[in-house]
Ligand binder design. Sequence first.
Ligand SMILES: *Cc1c(COP(=O)(O)O)cnc(C)c1O
Length: 380
Amino acid sequence: MEPGSPRDAEDARLRPTYAVVSRSRLRDNLAAVKALVAPARVMVILKANAYGHGLEAVARCLASQADAFGVALVEEGITLRQLGIENPILVMGGVWTRQIPLFLEHGLTFTAPSLARLRDIEEAAAARNATARVHLKIDTGMERIGVHHYHAEGLLEAAARSAHVEVDGIYSHLSNADADDLADARHQLERFEETLRFYERRSLPRPQRHIANSAALLRMPESHLDLVRAGILTYGVYPFPGAPRAVEVKPALAWKSRVVFFKVVEPGSPVSYGGTWSSDHRVRVVTVPVGYGDGYFRSMSNRAEVILRGRRYPQVGRICMDQVMVNIEWGTGYNGDEVVLIGEQGEARVTVEELAEWAGTIPYEILTAINDRVPRLYEG
Ligand SMILES: *Cc1c(COP(=O)(O)O)cnc(C)c1O
């Protein structure tokens, strides 16, 4: 079957555990972000399998709306080009020198994080008589990749002069856009703006400037500049608890499974590895075929809840690699009943934020951890 094409949840080739991604929610979320930041443009971030939503399907779904795409790896960019995606694609990770020719072959935009790397890019482009499209990366405080803002001038100068490099953009990344106190983020933005004065001083055309991620685009309108890099918001998840609802977005992904086993557990009979949970009265316990081997974190053991027949029930005992147990007390549950791990059923809802809390992590990690064993279905 073609990647990203709709599949039927009743397809016998499909295991009972799957994720459903709503294309209409993706489109609506992006439209809401675009409306908020206009006239700034929006680069949709598709790294890590589009935050677990499926790289190919999400790219196809959003190609006509997105001004550009951002990925972490050149391989991700190549996959998009092979699908026929024509939007500009920025590879945001550092360039591994041996992979430079791949960028040129596939028309991908480089991140140039240092003068040395710019030279490598330039040399490879010159050898092919090609023009490399680059975004210069300025480190204003993240200390990850990029030239320090106080040493950036040489990179800007060399890039502006290079015959084989087209400077299409210049960017930086905020390390604290989700913090209670925005002083750090504002400071980074100031340093970035200071770096950008180079173009005025030299009367050179200024490339498109970008610094905002989801948190900054919600909280700091002054950070929108020419382009924003919208990741998690596109997927309908707010970047941190208590993020301002400056745009209304809805989660695009639901994660579902089904009851595959039902039993009654006697008082004092511990459930699952290590016997970490038992009941002091008879209970009904169902087994659901999902586990940490799918990205349902073991650290959520005895904390997670799932929805069955419109009600939330606790997951009990250790989460196994492929299965989990759920205590439905004396509630009703039959083999084949739908179990919602993330999403809604009736009035009940379980959010990716809750899973993050149970696992002691952030929604980003929950979403990107849902792995290839979990088929994705697309609707809308
Ligand atoms: C992942 C990433 C983003 C997107 O961040 P969100 O918080 O998901 O919006 C933006 N910029 C860079 C450099 C990134 O690596």
